[in-house]
Design a protein around this ligand. Structure first.
Ligand code: GDP
Ligand code: ADP
Length: 302
């Protein structure tokens, strides 16, 4: 008979630390699913590729509950329908269970296919602090062939901002005039405060010259561009994780706690709209994300 030896204290402490880390990683994964920073299909794929991963160790019940609009009742009905036991973890699903779950996910959360030919008008949107401004600035510096639209805004310039370079800083009366004269392709009140809009003339001129035009605007603006120019290429920038998005917002240090909380609430709503976009790009690394945007501009032929 094998003699049972006492587990050394250090091993026990290390195992406890590991368990805490894994619980944290699972909590973070659940947040990413809830906020749609990651698709359920991606999580299932990772769980299948490596059953020992955080994704693989996620309980099927927690996985389903983290999906938008699924409560305990629906969860149980889905498990019944797919013949999956509630004690299963994602990494431990059988081949047939996995296929049934994948089919159900694809019906419930369809992955958008890029549409046919798109125009050279590119829109970059995404939640607050995901890095839209940083990626756009990188493109401005490294890809001067791309025309970066300069927006008009009623907000006051910040130190270092130059009128006509970062924004056209205008007062309310001038913004009203721009709207009345139909000089804006789109406009919106952003963050409940100032008005921002895209001047139409410089864009038309750049497109007429055959140049690619990039607009860095908010979700409301992106929707207006879609209506005005259905062939525009809509790009949604995603954070690597929800926690990273929060870190970036805090790290930027430009908003107080209350304003940050408000923006994060808006971010959740905006993330839920990502399916309206033609392409999703994860901003893990600025240069890589910028390169992906530039790549899309090259493949947009019209
Ligand atoms: N709809 C719309 N949104 C814009 C435009 N220009 C900038 N924005 C958005 O307005 C927000 C700018 O917020 P703010 O913090 O004041 O300035 P930032 O530091 O330049 O991002 C970002 O979400 C931009 O995407 C525009 O012309 N139209
Ligand atoms: N890929 C990245 N990795 C790490 N930090 C980033 C990355 N992209 C942007 N940031 C940082 O995140 C913060 C928010 O970026 P910003 O461009 O202001 O976001 P947005 O324009 O989307 O509101 C900034 O402090 C920026 O330096």
């Amino acid at each position: 008979m094998a003699e049972s030896r006492p587990v050394p204290e250090v091993d026990r402490a290390a195992a406890a630390r590991k368990a805490v880390e894994r619980r944290r990683a699972r909590a973070s994964l659940k947040r990413d699913l809830t906020t749609r920073v990651v698709t359920p299909q991606t999580v299932l794929r990772r769980a299948t590729a490596d059953p020992d991963s955080v994704e693989g160790s996620l309980r099927i019940t927690d996985f389903l509950l983290a999906l938008p609009a699924i409560g305990a009742g629906k969860r149980d009905r889905i498990l019944d329908e797919l013949h999956i036991s509630s004690v299963k973890r994602l990494g431990g699903l059988g081949v047939r269970q996995r296929a049934a779950l994948t089919a159900w996910l694809d019906t419930r959360f369809p992955v958008t296919e890029p549409r046919g030919a798109r125009s050279r008008l590119l829109v970059l949107a995404g939640p607050t602090a995901v890095g839209k401004g940083t990626v756009a600035a990188h493109i401005r510096e490294h890809n001067p062939e791309i025309h970066l639209s300069v927006s008009a805004t009623t907000r006051a310039p910040r130190p270092g901002e130059i009128d006509g370079v970062h924004y056209y800083f205008v007062d309310d009366a001038e913004f009203d005039r721009l709207i009345e004269q139909d000089e804006l392709l789109e406009y919106a009140v952003v963050h409940n405060r100032s008005r921002y809009g895209t001047p139409r003339a410089p864009i038309d001129a750049a497109l007429a010259e055959g140049r690619t035009v990039l607009l860095e605007i908010d979700l409301q603006g992106a929707r207006q561009v879609r209506r005005a120019e259905p062939a525009a290429t809509l790009i949604f920038l995603l954070p690597p994780t929800w926690d990273e998005l929060v870190q970036r917002l805090v790290g930027r240090g430009t908003e107080g706690a209350e304003e940050r909380a408000r923006r994060l609430r808006t971010a959740k709503v905006e993330l839920a709209a990502q399916n309206e976009f033609d392409h999703l790009i994860v901003n893990e690394d600025v240069a890589a994300a910028a390169a992906e945007v530039v790549e899309l501009s090259l493949s947009s032929a019209r």
